[in-house]
Write a protein that binds this ligand. Sequence first.
Ligand SMILES: *[C@@H]1O[C@H](CO)[C@@H](O)[C@H](O)[C@H]1NC(C)=O
Length: 306
Amino acid sequence: MSSNSRCCIGVIVAIGVGLALIIGLVSTSLKKLDSDEVGIKYNTIQKTLDGEPKLEGLYTGPPGYEFIVFPNTFTTMTFNRLDCLNAEGVTITLNVEYQYKAQPKDIKKIILDFKDFDNYKKVLETTGEASLHEACSHFNTSQFQTERGAFQEEIRTALQKRYVDLMCIVTDLQVNNIARPSLYESAIRSKERAREDIKVAKSEEPRRLTEADTEILQAETQGKIIMNKAESNARIRNNKATAEAEAIRAEFQKEAEAYAFLLNSNGLGLTQEGFISYLGSRVIAAAKQPVYINLGTPAKTSYVTP
Ligand SMILES: *[C@@H]1O[C@H](CO)[C@@H](O)[C@H](O)[C@H]1NC(C)=O
């Protein structure tokens, strides 16, 4: 082999190595962004961030640079069965979905604040949840039933207010399945039933009152009748007793007069003995049963002088 050809091989090897180096360098500094991406160049060696967001395309840059990539389309945020407390402290279960996108012009600031999309997404999620809780707490239970549209607007407002500070746009908000817990539902139902019962009772009240009044009236009338009857009975008895007492008094009066006549010297002029003997025979004569008495014999059995 001649020194000439050896030289040529050396040159070829040198060129080859050089080419490989160039290709290697170019390939490390050639980056592509897809149509749905937006990126910012980041130099991993010098730790510098490019100011200009880049859209779809092929880009070259210094060795060691890379793109920090964000989606350039709307991304869906979903909250499934999120429990929140409403204005009355009742738990409401929400399904909420919306689309969000970082403002492309603010990508650099977002990267400085949040490092990359994954971190940014986490902050957006917790902020979104906080907005839902806030909106939830402004509505009472009956409003969740009757003002669903207003509730959705409340969520949109709360979200937009917070997402503006995060340089993020929100669209296509959907709120579904506003479910109240079953315990609450059954409490509501029994309350409705109670309300119906009260209504029925109220409507029956006048009738019941009339009935009660009538019963009181009847009882009063009955009471009066009983009193009148009792009074009249008492009067009758009183009269009867008075009459009987009169009669007995009259009888004794007559008897007394008769005895006076027997004893009086102007009458029969009986001695005391004679009078007692007379009384004894009166008692025996008046008796309906046989009478056994132990009485001293009258002085005389007969007052007819023999
Ligand atoms: C719920 O809020 C509405 C509007 O503020 C109000 O009219 C209604 O009385 C409230 N309902 C209850 C049960 O507090």
